[in-house]
Design a protein around this ligand. Structure first.
Ligand code: UT7
Length: 328
């Protein structure tokens, strides 16, 4: 019996209708459109405003489209993995809530908390269940309702993030799909990007709420440097051990945190900008959703067999690069 590979056989995404533009943010904090665009590339982001809606609801919209597109019945899904830092609850996980809402009655699930690398960590986890031969249809989502953990008085973070969800279907294939991956973590980076309160270290109190400690805290400059190095290094390592040069890679899809980070990574590798896919201007940083949203937006460009490098860096620190071959 030949080796089983895991392949992405469909992709979809969802962003909420409400849009928060840079002009809107100018009325909320001391900032301006020119600063945001030149420093980050972001022009607008989508915000989930509807009361009673959470991360699982954005995943649900993406998942419904995905099942329709791939002609899959919800009962066929065996496992649901959701990469997110904005789970509906601290517990239970979002994946099982999503499975129930979707009618995936034969599935079980769990969440993966790897911040902006959440989609890549989820994808690689899922690929192992397929490669082991125990699962045939896995729903992998990357989704975050970042607006639920932002301090809209902090101009250094609130301008960066948006809400959204992306989803892929992972199935067995005889040909390489998820071809190779290097994933990394370094918990000593936690101090530069984290949420101060709400976990078991600092449970919620009146003070933590008053001090706005239930929001993203980031030391942007430090994270910027680690992000460029982490993504560039792991891309280079994956390319080297697969004997690939820039010419062999059809598309580079980086996590969308900052346009300057994205093109710095490309420049470190002398990678041509035309093959770097970017949609940050429309959504901002949607954390675990950025990569599947790029896959969705640029799906029409991909040809079967295209070699695509996915790369991400985020809180944890977590980072890594994944080489895939497009399978449809
Ligand atoms: O996705 C998870 C991983 N996260 C990332 O990869 C994000 C990494 N970091 C970044 O993308 C960038 O560091 C930021 C976009 C967060 C900030 O850009 P920067 O070029 O590193 O700016 P900075 O923090 O060095 O700030 C430069 C100046 C400061 O003013 P002074 O001290 O030079 O007078 C800031 O106070 O810009 C000021 N500033 C702003 N000005 C207008 C900071 N935020 C704003 C703002 N509007 N929103």
């Amino acid at each position: 019996m030949g080796k089983k590979y895991a392949a992405i056989t469909g992709v979809s995404g969802y962003v909420p209708e409400d849009v928060l533009t840079n002009k809107d943010l100018e009325k909320m904090v001391e900032t301006n459109d020119e600063w945001i665009v030149s420093r980050t590339g972001i022009k607008q982001r989508h915000i989930l405003k509807e009361p009673g809606k959470a991360t699982s609801d954005m995943c649900l919209e993406a998942a419904k489209q995905l099942l329709e597109k791939t002609n899959t019945r919800p009962e066929e899904i065996e496992l649901v993995i959701v990469g997110t830092v904005t789970a509906d609850f601290v517990f239970p996980d979002t994946a099982n809530i999503l499975a129930s809402k979707l009618g995936a009655v034969n599935a079980y699930g769990f969440d993966v908390n790897a911040a902006c690398s959440g989609f890549l960590f989820s994808l690689i986890t899922a690929s192992k269940f397929i490669e082991a031969g125990t699962h045939k249809k896995i729903l992998v989502c990357g989704a975050d309702k970042m607006s639920s953990i932002l301090n809209y008085e902090d101009r250094t973070t609130c301008i960066l993030f948006g809400d959204g969800a992306g989803a892929v279907l992972l199935e067995p294939s005889d040909k390489p799909g998820i071809t190779d991956a290097i994933l990394k973590g370094d918990g000593s980076g936690a101090e530069y990007l984290h949420m101060k309160a709400g976990g078991s270290l600092n449970p919620a109190t009146i003070e933590t709420v008053q001090n706005k400690e239930h929001a993203v805290y980031q030391e942007g400059r430090v994270v910027f440097k680690y992000a460029v190095k982490g993504m560039a290094d792991t891309i280079a390592q994956v390319m080297e051990r697969n004997g690939l040069s820039n010419d062999d890679i059809d598309w580079l899809i980086p996590h969308q945190a900052n346009k300057r980070i994205i093109y710095s990574v490309a420049d470190q590798l002398d990678f041509p900008h035309e093959k770097v896919l970017v949609n940050i201007e429309n959504y901002g940083n949607t954390t675990a959703a950025t990569i599947p949203l790029v896959l969705r937006d640029f799906e029409d460009k991909f040809k079967k067999g295209d070699k695509i490098m996915l790369t991400a860096f985020g809180g944890g620190f977590t980072w890594g690069s994944v080489l895939i071959e497009w399978s449809y």
